[in-house]
Design a protein around this ligand. Structure first.
Ligand SMILES: [Zn+2]
Length: 323
């Protein structure tokens, strides 16, 4: 069983939902449907498209109840959606309810840079959540959507932990103590998240792992295991999950990065085109040893590995999502 807390199809009409079937049947996938550049209308259109295409395909089902995600049907892939910025809310907190009804189960306030809700991880001045951002966290709690601190500034992440009344998550964030990058989180952020009962999803992106060489596929898996082991030592394995951030069209995303220097600083571009960890490498279906095998070799028990791959995020979903 696999709980993939964040992956990315192109945010375009050309996106092919069938790509998601590279994950095994029985998986839960959260698919990105917008970040800072998308309007409410853009994200709703994308969700409509993804929902329609998923239902027509037959291998997918759309998450409505908590059970749809946490007790997976082994014959289908369960799909929900996430927003990487509060911009697509259009400044209206009530749109959180509308997005929930369309299947959005996770939202982060600020993508890399400051907006109406708070500061991002690339800001040089960090004032944390705004008043609107604080109201947003309360609304996410009320509606039953994960409050996510990934891409946010340190203080925004700490503010989320302070305000939330249910567990928060870092959907796809690695540890700055292992690899110093502004997109990675501090030990204080990790401890504060764990104190809410939350989970940190370790991603497979080369520049956040410190292994962005195109050929370093096995090294990326080892680096993911390094971050998982570090997190287990810091906050306990029960607070560590997995969230590859895989981009099904890497060329499209790298073009997006090049087109938007106001959203992606040199911290994203100085290592060359971004490299990801595809599902086949993660799952040990390619020539690269998979993450489960690497973690087993490092002494993680079957129960610990199951918790990282599915159980921990599933536990938090039971606590946060509403029926
Ligand atoms: Zn992201």
């Amino acid at each position: 069983m696999l709980w993939e807390q964040h992956c990315c199809l192109p945010l375009l009409p050309s996106a092919d939902i069938a790509e998601l079937a590279r994950y095994p049947l029985g998986s839960y996938l959260s698919v990105n449907v917008g970040y800072a550049p998308q309007s409410t209308r853009d994200s709703v259109r994308l969700i409509d498209q993804f929902r329609r295409d998923a239902l027509a395909d037959g291998r997918f089902r759309l998450v409505e109840t908590i059970a749809d995600a946490v007790d997976p049907d082994p014959e289908t892939i369960a799909l929900a959606f996430d927003l990487e910025d509060s911009g697509p809310l259009g400044g209206e907190l009530d749109t959180v309810r509308m997005f929930y009804d369309l299947g959005v189960r996770s939202l982060l306030p600020s993508y890399n840079y400051a907006n109406a809700a708070g500061c991002g991880c690339l800001d040089s001045v960090d004032t944390g959540l705004t008043g609107y951002g604080r109201d947003l966290i309360r609304m996410l709690n009320e509606v039953g959507v994960f409050a996510d601190g990934s891409h946010c500034s340190v203080r925004t992440g700490l503010d989320i932990a302070e305000i939330t009344s249910v567990p928060m998550i870092y959907s796809h964030s690695n540890f700055a103590a292992v690899w110093a990058h502004p997109r990675n989180i501090t030990d204080d952020q990790a401890r504060a998240c764990a104190a809410t009962g939350g989970v940190i999803g370790i991603n497979g992106v080369g520049i956040f792992l410190g292994r962005n060489e195109p050929g370093a596929r096995a090294e990326r898996i080892e680096a993911m295991a390094d971050h998982i082991a570090y997190g287990a030592g810091l906050v306990g394995i029960e607070h560590i999950g997995f969230s590859s951030d895989f981009s099904f069209d890497g060329d499209d995303f790298n073009a997006e990065v090049a087109r938007n220097p106001d959203i992606f600083s040199a911290e994203f571009t100085r290592w060359g085109p971004l490299q990801w960890t595809p599902p086949e490498d993660l799952l040990g279906e390619s020539e690269v040893p998979g993450l489960d095998e690497v973690l087993a070799r490092r002494g993680f028990s079957a129960a610990d590995r199951a918790a990282v791959f599915h159980g921990n995020f599933a536990r938090v979903a039971r606590q946060v999502w509403r029926h």
